[in-house]
Ligand binder design. Structure first.
Ligand SMILES: [Zn+2]
Length: 144
């Protein structure tokens, strides 16, 4: 026959036991997340290294331009206009200034991949930063 006091004690043990179980489950989830975060970081590192090793990285963008010349009776001033080009222009920022350079069609074909690599580098770095932010958010010390 249990006294009320004993019943309280039993309930307390049950509650403590479930807190321990929840803590253990949380730690399992955190460990699992840390492992999958590490796996993703490894993949990112491999891709970053591959791009870096290629040495084919170029900032900015390449855009197609069609232009008008200075000759009044040229077709580029007609209605509708027959513009010159297409030409390719590499544009990037240097010290907050936009710098442009004309490229040949060949150069455009070669260097577009370099621009794409640069964009991918930035995506990968942003993903690494997001993983870091997730790790910080998952820090169990927030509950203290
Ligand atoms: Zn013209």
């Amino acid at each position: 026959m249990k006294t009320p006091k004993n019943t309280e004690k039993m309930q307390s043990v049950v509650v403590n036991f479930s807190i321990v179980r929840i803590r253990r489950d949380v730690m399992t989830i955190l460990t699992h997340h840390a492992a999958s975060r590490q796996a993703e970081a490894d993949n990112i590192a491999a891709e970053l290294a591959a791009i870096a090793r290629s040495g084919m990285v170029l900032p900015g963008s390449i855009t197609q331009r069609r232009t008008r010349c200075g000759h009044r009776n040229c077709g580029c001033h007609a209605d509708p206009p027959r513009l010159h080009g297409p030409y390719w222009q590499w544009t990037r920022k240097v010290a907050a200034k936009t710098i442009c350079r004309w490229l040949s069609t060949d150069q455009h074909h070669d260097y577009q991949a370099w621009i794409d690599n640069d964009r991918r580098l930035h995506e990968l770095l942003a993903r690494l930063e997001a993983l870091g932010a997730e790790a910080l958010e998952a820090d169990p010390r927030w509950e203290r």
